[in-house]
Ligand binder design. Sequence first.
Ligand code: ATP
Ligand code: MG
Length: 394
Amino acid sequence: MDKYFKNGINVLKKLHESGYEAFFVGGYVRDMLLDIKSTDIDITTSALPEEVIEVFDNVKETGKKYGSVTVIIDGYKYEVTTFRNDGEYYDNRRPESVEYTKNLKSDLNRRDFTINALVMDSDEVIHDNFDSKADLEKRIIKTINDPFKRFEEDSLRILRAFRFVSKIGFDIEEKTLEAIKELACSVKNISIERVMVELNKIFRGKYRNKALKYMIETGVDKELYNISEGLEFVSNLDVELEPLEVFIICFIFSDISDEWKFSNKHYRLIDQILILQEIIKEDIFNKFIVYVNGLESCLLCNKINVILGYKDQEALIRKLESNLPIKDVCDLKFKGQDILWLTTLKKKSVIGKVVDDLKYNVIMGYMPNEYEVLKEYALKKVDELQAEMGDNNE
Ligand code: ATP
Ligand code: MG
């Protein structure tokens, strides 16, 4: 028995000793029955957050407002949430209020799918209130209670259904699927940040293609800001892709919509790959392109180009990279600093231009990376530029 599990059982026992009910719930129990290793134990309890805080030494108030705290034991984390009924739902999302309850069954009633509503007690007995085990056997994803009502309450559950298809490969039960088709457009109400969290999980799953095909069948793909063409293409690919790679493919098929929110680092990478892909799809990589874009980006661009049916240039990219005469502008034998020392040129942008020129010639192999050769070329270039500029040298 692993330590994470054992300590988790001890959390349940300790809550019992203090007079509360407590169970493992949701994904962990589901995955255990499916023999999938899970690293995320959620605990549901009749204890209020304040009461949980009193029982354990190390508790972080991670989501106290919503009834959740994190109990930490030997560095392992357990999210402990008080039994609750969700209050009224508005705008197909957040419940207006959180109401606590002492009743496990009503806590389970608010959960999304039958397979996510199993609980396990401290004796490792599993309690099944919604025929969840039968649905695990049938390998189906089915909402607890009326699917229309449950998706209307919270449209995020629609994306969560696809998330579980992608993770465990189950089918979506017929009525649940009908409701998703009917309510597909409500996906527009979900904040883009939440959409992206779910899409990342959908794109990463082992059964990604099955999930994507469901998204297409239900029309949910059309609600996702211009990526439906790309998703259709990816749904037929037999290639593992990082979520960002799926997005890039989508943005090759249709322009990137302003709705999406990536980190600045990811935006830069997306832009870089889109530009590079456009240049390289009909052309071949050269040393300068590899130098400017870096090995990783060139390989990523190549991976995408190969998927799109263009020539595989991986071997060439690696060879060009390993034969680069310089890896960095500092490796130039004659530098911008030398221009400052040897000439009267002061304008940084002009010095930059000369250095770029040196870099290009050295990288492409048109000039050896030797001080004298570069100096002669640079000084000639400076003379030319100074003549062009006249007095404008500040
Ligand atoms: P995963 O393995 O992907 O983490 P999970 O089932 O643990 O899957 P979580 O998002 O961690 O999913 O949520 C934990 C549990 O909380 C779920 O199993 C489900 O019972 C409940 N839950 C989470 N989000 C919702 C929701 N939007 N509506 C209803 N119940 C939810
Ligand atoms: Mg989880």
